[in-house]
Design a protein around this ligand. Sequence first.
Ligand code: NOJ
Length: 668
Amino acid sequence: MIQLGYANVGIYMSLFGNLFRKPKTDAVFDVVSPNKRLVLSFLLDRGEISYFVSKDDKIILRKSKLGIALKDAQPLTDHFAVVRTYSRSVDESWTAYWGEQHEIRNNYNELAVYLEEIVRPKRIMTIRFRVFDDGVAFRYEIPAQPEMENMIVEDELTEFSVDTNSKSWSIPAYQPDRYEYNYIERPVFSLTESVHTPLTIQTTSGHFISIHEAALYNYGSMTIKLSNSSLKSDITPLSDGMRAYVELPFSTPWRTIQVAHDALDLTTSRMILNLNEPPKGDFSWVQPTKFLGIWWAMFVGEWTWAPGERHGATTEHAFQYIDYCRRLGITALLIEGWNDGWEGDWLENGINNKFMVATQDFDLDAITNYAHQNGVELVGHHETVGFIDNYEDQLEDAYKFLTQHGIRYVKSGYAGSKMTINGRREFHHSQLGVLHYQRALELAAKYHIMLDVHEPIKGTGIERTWPNLMTREGARGQEYEGGALEPSHACFLPYTRLLSGGMDYTPGIFDIANFSKRLASTLTRQLAYYVTIYSSMQMAADRPQFYADTYPDLFQFIRDVPSRFEQTIPLLGEIGKSYVVARQGWESNDWFIGGVTNEEGRRVQLYLDFLDNGANYVATIYRDSDDAHYRDHQLGYVIEEKVLRRGDKLEVYMAPGGGFAVKLQKQQ
Ligand code: NOJ
């Protein structure tokens, strides 16, 4: 059904495909959301293109420019006339292979505006708008045309004109540690330096919005900064200053603005995934997993990545960890530092990394055989240190090498402040970086390999199309503990970074009071992360003796919690302060609740309205003890059981810097 809410009848007619007889250089087209509350207006004002957005008659974005500036050519921004328009409505559902939501509804009204310059060289461009109940999106589509076969993008002129007195939460862009920064709350008028997206804003009208992009391919990633009193896109440049080199036809990524009444509602928007294409082929082979790792022992200084006396990746350690996997019921094991290239300063020497040569003390064949016999899969590790030329030379053979050893999961890493691509130093988030991540992903799909990418390109929903992109890091994870993380960090993530997709936060550290890497956390908070930070590859990141011997009671939750969910219902929270979410297990009747708080303790009341009517649920509650505290009493916890039903209220205490986890098992 076509649903249109256009005020102007002439324009209304045009939406059914009328051809204009005279060039039309002035027009307004409204595209209205299915529930009619959100409106995007495209404006053509004497040939100049712009748009604005309102919700319930309140302005969200004021008039904001559109357009693209090109090298050696006039910008695509004015002298336009509308040639024709096309509209349609879509209401469909699709089934995810994994994720926070099994069935996803994709419901929007679309308007494509076909533009042509009224002056020479009379270039043509389409802007396609989609308006969902939870946000708006648009992209520029530039067809192949006689006057233009390719484009060098000097700048993208897209603006997002929110009231500059609005409040925002973001991380800085163009920094050496990529996305790995603490979130900063500040007014929009102080965003004079570029920040990464998703950029979360509370507008002066009280709405919560997230500015981001979807389907980022073959283009620099969008950062945002204030320019002439408006937020404007700042596409990550290549080393020559250009933003992208593209052949035509070309479509930019979608520019997205999710709009919600409450910050929690942003967290359930699936608009970014919906703007991506369905999977390219059959991905029924992808499989979410949990995994142990020869990993945290390196962070606490017990073992090393490099060969030597304390080398972590030895045959002996691998056998021990495989035994632990079997004991703990965890079916995958990551081993880092297994290959040639970690000697000396691995960041400097990363160019020597060899992805098919194991170190002498690591018998890959024996280890893979032993793993196989014990029902354990290895997670391979490719630390590229950003030396893309070196990596791409080996990439396909390296994937083949892994598959020959029965390895289907790879954690990749791109440590370092820039990438070396074609001999040039480029931002990870530049067009060349984006192209590399995509090549690696598509090649992985060819070999049925699933990826967990650290130091990645940010999520733009492409895992809908490439479901073997299981998870990413792309924010400060637990490896920053030991000083650089405050409890508020995990309370910012759900409303910022996690809007772009799942994250490998490496949860489940139980040795939180370790003197060399002390965590700003209580024990049960570590369990909460398995629910509050979604990842389809979820690590149990600590050394396994802490699971098997020290806290087997707490480990039970890690064993039980799934790494994909049927549905997700946020229960309460505030940006930077707290987040509590309930998730139903994938094709299961059980529910899991996780909650985290910042430096303040909180007692929360949870209404269990999502449970099935009339059924009893046995709740296992893992919570902070009343005297727990992330600084001086980290280890205090309580495990209790209750029988609960729909309509019951569950009260749980979170200590300062703490958190809780609940498993609700439905009784038959
Ligand atoms: C940084 C990654 O985030 C971490 O997980 C990994 O262990 C190191 N790089 C080494 O590759």
